[in-house]
Write a protein that binds this ligand. Structure first.
Ligand SMILES: Nc1ncnc2c1ncn2[C@@H]1O[C@H](COP(=O)(O)OP(=O)(O)O)[C@@H](O)[C@H]1O
Ligand SMILES: [Mg+2]
Length: 388
């Protein structure tokens, strides 16, 4: 597993149950997965020697992030390493321009976009679409880093000038008027088997996922089918091996546009750990090992995931004491912590709450959000006093 973050940590957790274990390439011995796997290589994912060390003798190489240079992956494939997903597929999750072009070619609906060579390109595009635009770095962005909104052509040009001045490749696209964001999560094995989980709604704040509602409430049947079929079709057409997340916009007109692709376990699939028969982490392993895929059915009609994001000010109360209080108050909240130090806005963990029979969406969302906020802030959103 390339990368020692929380996705690697939770994949390792799934590997244990399968009698497997992950060797992890981590940047630091304190990385979330380095804390739980006994087989750690410390090194950079942009160092070919480190990549060779970690893959030596491994059955398959897979990823916790998309930041390994594509040419290094091609080299490893040429040397006989089983890279899953293969670089020819992964590039569509690494490079937003390659992805936009390929999807447009396949006739998959995407926001209007343009490649950018000069600041004039950006200004001209913004004038052309006559709407606010979004400037994105072609590579390396995540959690909203590398995504900047611009309301007018001058501002778009100024943002582009900054990036281009720093030698960073960008693209520009229209800012979509959307009802909400969705995610279609699927998996595909080399054998060609595919499996789709229910389509979920994702809630972003400042470009970072804060909440996932599974399944997406009140999503029209034809859009559920369309999103799942799209996920499975893209997995097949691009030759994905492993989990594929298709981030979608549901437009105000009620159509679907593809935002971006991720070819690894994804934040929009964390709910599956407690809400589905097969978690995305187990499924990713099954797929990259070419096992038969697991059942993607839900365990309950509704599951809500809330991310635990570091508070602006780290609370004085220890995380251990916060967990203690949470368990006392919300015994059904399933806590998944990543073993990270606390920093403002950092993804520290998540909480899954599985809805009870007859419970409505708002109540389950409230419980999940209350639990996550408590864990990060040591404050109850309803000002409940645990010692009162
Ligand atoms: N074209 C767009 N129109 C409106 N909102 C967008 C657009 N592109 C991105 N966003 C918002 O920014 C978030 C992050 O953008 P994304 O391309 O997914 O970058 P990242 O790689 O950081 O996840 C999206 O989840 C969405 O909320
Ligand atoms: Mg995204």
């Amino acid at each position: 597993m390339i990368g020692g973050g929380q996705l690697a940590r939770m994949t390792h957790q799934a590997a244990i149950a399968m009698g497997q274990s992950l060797r992890v390439l981590a940047v630091d011995s304190a990385d979330p997965a380095a804390l739980v796997s006994p087989d750690i290589v410390i090194g950079s994912h942009t160092d070919l020697a480190a990549l060779r060390r970690v893959t030596d003798g491994a059955t398959v190489m897979t990823f916790d992030h998309e930041h390994v240079p594509t040419d290094m992956l091609d080299t490893l494939v040429a040397e006989g390493v089983n890279v899953a997903p293969p670089p020819s597929a992964l590039v569509h999750a690494q490079d937003k321009l390659v992805m936009r072009r390929r999807l447009a070619e396949l006739g998959v609906p995407v926001p209007r976009f343009s490649a950018v060579a000069t600041t004039e390109d950006v200004e001209a595009f913004a004038r052309d679409v006559n709407r606010p635009v979004v400037i994105k770095t072609v590579r390396g962005g995540y959690d909203g880093r590398g995504v900047v909104m611009a309301d007018d052509p001058q501002r778009a040009r100024a943002i582009a000038a900054q990036y281009l001045g720093d030698g960073v490749a960008i693209l520009v696209e229209e800012r979509v008027s959307m009802r909400r964001e969705l995610s279609a999560l699927v998996a595909r094995s080399p054998f060609g088997q595919g499996a789709a989980w229910p389509v979920v709604q994702t809630v972003q704040e400042d470009g970072i996922c804060v909440e996932v509602i599974a399944p997406a409430p009140d999503l029209a049947d034809h859009l559920i089918v369309a999103a799942q079929e799209l996920g499975l079709r893209l997995a097949e057409e691009l030759g994905v091996v492993g989990v594929l997340a298709v981030e979608l916009f549901e437009t105000v007109e009620g159509t679907l546009l593809v935002n971006e692709l991720a070819m690894r376990p994804h934040n929009s699939g964390h709910w599956t750990m407690d809400g589905a028969v097969t978690s995305q982490f187990e499924q990713h392993l099954r797929a990259v090992l070419d096992y038969p895929l697991g059942d993607t059915s839900v365990r309950a009609p509704l599951t809500v995931m809330a991310n635990v994001l570091g508070a602006p000010q780290t609370p004085a109360m220890s995380i251990d004491e916060r967990v203690h209080h949470l368990f006392a108050r919300l015994p059904d909240a399933k806590v998944h912590l990543y073993g990270k130090g606390e920093r403002p806005g950092r993804k520290l963990g998540h909480v899954n709450v599985v809805g009870k029979a007859g419970e409505n969406v708002a109540d389950v969302r409230e419980r999940a959000a209350r639990a996550a906020h408590w864990l990060s802030h040591a404050q109850w959103t309803d000002e409940w006093d645990s010692h009162g």
